[in-house]
Write a protein that binds this ligand. Structure first.
Ligand code: CO
Length: 371
């Protein structure tokens, strides 16, 4: 059984547990998760209908028929041509699957376009509707072996590029943030990554005080810290890592002091990760270190976010989140301190919750020195 089929079968078990009749997916991360099929949504209806019992059915535009048959584990693929009525086909499939449309409960993909959810409402007026994340969210939160392997691979590629960027040392001085970002993208591809998992943040000097700065024309100067937050994808899964470097020259003592505080906060948070601990407790562990050093007001975001097919997903490592951590969850631990007009420091690694505690997926040196 492929991982995709295993996940779909687990989804069906959850549909039964929830008293739901079927899930109807649409081109999305949920569809990628259950079938491996990746496509942008379009005006042509494309549904993956997963009944609580029995085998799922793909309803796809004819032009995707061969692709879906060749690339997914799903054997029942129904196609419609541009002169057919796709909703009539959908209705026929639903009645064939004996998904009771009277008093049935259909879970639609969270990101399905409204034009399609409205069409489903019209087709099944007596059904009640919910979101597919009710059954797929808890599954996607705990990564399976294939996902962990992909996340490890993406993290290893990023580690390698972080080390090579550190190796630039004072050669990076004078480069613009955007030049460095382009260089990083080239290195990620050369190391085996697929593109970037998000627009890199390369934030020099005062730009570092804006956590999601992106990159611009500012040149990197001697003695100033640069926040480098970037990632790539491997086998569909992203990496997300941050280091704060001083490429050359002597940084101010506040910079090195803040860097140490952030590093200690990150270590304390990672130390706190184990099954059964609330996600909010990991946030507190980081925040306590930053607060006791006097920079609490300048730690202006949550400590982390889950990472899977999406770069930001459950579980969120945020104050008051009492959700218990479970083995197989993967998330970032990324405290930061931001001094407006001056500089910022953030250090981020991904961790996976294990039976005993956690394991970091990133291992690249966390220090500020580049020589
Ligand atoms: Co992140």
């Amino acid at each position: 059984m492929t991982p995709f089929e295993r996940r779909t079968r687990a989804c069906q078990q959850r549909l039964r547990d929830h008293g739901a009749t079927a899930a109807v997916l649409f081109p999305s991360r949920n569809l990628q998760y259950t079938t491996g099929f990746v496509e942008e949504p379009s005006e042509r209806p494309l549904f993956f209908i997963v009944p609580a019992e029995g085998d799922p059915v793909f309803v796809v535009p004819e032009l995707y028929g061969q692709q879906v048959r060749a690339e997914t584990w799903v054997s029942d693929v129904r196609t419609w041509g541009d002169d057919d009525d796709p909703l009539a086909l959908t209705e026929a499939v639903v009645s064939e699957l004996s998904i009771e449309t009277h008093e049935s409960r259909l879970l639609v993909d969270d990101t399905m376009w409204a034009q399609f959810t409205q069409a489903l409402h019209a087709l099944f007026p007596t059904a009640t509707f919910g979101l597919a994340s009710a059954v797929l969210g808890p599954l996607r939160c705990r990564k399976d072996d294939a996902e962990i392997e992909a996340l490890r691979e993406a993290a290893a590629i990023t580690d390698q590029v972080v080390a090579s960027i550190r190796g630039l040392g004072s050669d990076a001085i004078g480069m613009t943030e955007t030049e460095l970002a382009a260089d990083i993208e080239t290195r990620l591809e050369a190391a085996g990554g697929t593109g970037v998992s998000f627009e890199p943040t390369i934030a020099a000097g005062p730009n570092g005080a804006k956590p999601h700065h992106g990159h611009g024309e500012r040149e990197i100067r001697a003695g100033e810290p640069v926040v480098l937050d970037f990632g790539t994808r491997a086998s569909g899964y992203p990496s997300d890592q941050t280091r704060t470097f001083v490429f050359g020259g002597e940084p101010a003592t506040t910079v090195t002091a803040v860097h140490e505080v952030v590093r200690n906060a990150q270590a304390a948070a990672i130390e706190a990760v184990e099954p059964g601990v609330a996600a909010g407790a990991v946030d507190s562990a980081a925040r306590e270190v930053v607060e006791s050093a006097g920079y609490g007001e300048q730690f202006i975001h949550r400590t982390g976010h889950g990472v899977g097919l999406e770069v930001h997903e459950e579980p969120y490592i945020v104050a008051d989140n009492d959700r218990s951590l479970e083995p197989g969850m993967v998330f970032s631990v990324e405290p930061g301190v931001y001094v407006p007009g001056e500089f910022g420091v953030r250090i981020e690694d991904l961790v996976i919750v294990t039976d005993e505690g956690c394991e970091r997926l990133n291992h690249a040196d966390r220090g500020w020195k580049c020589e």
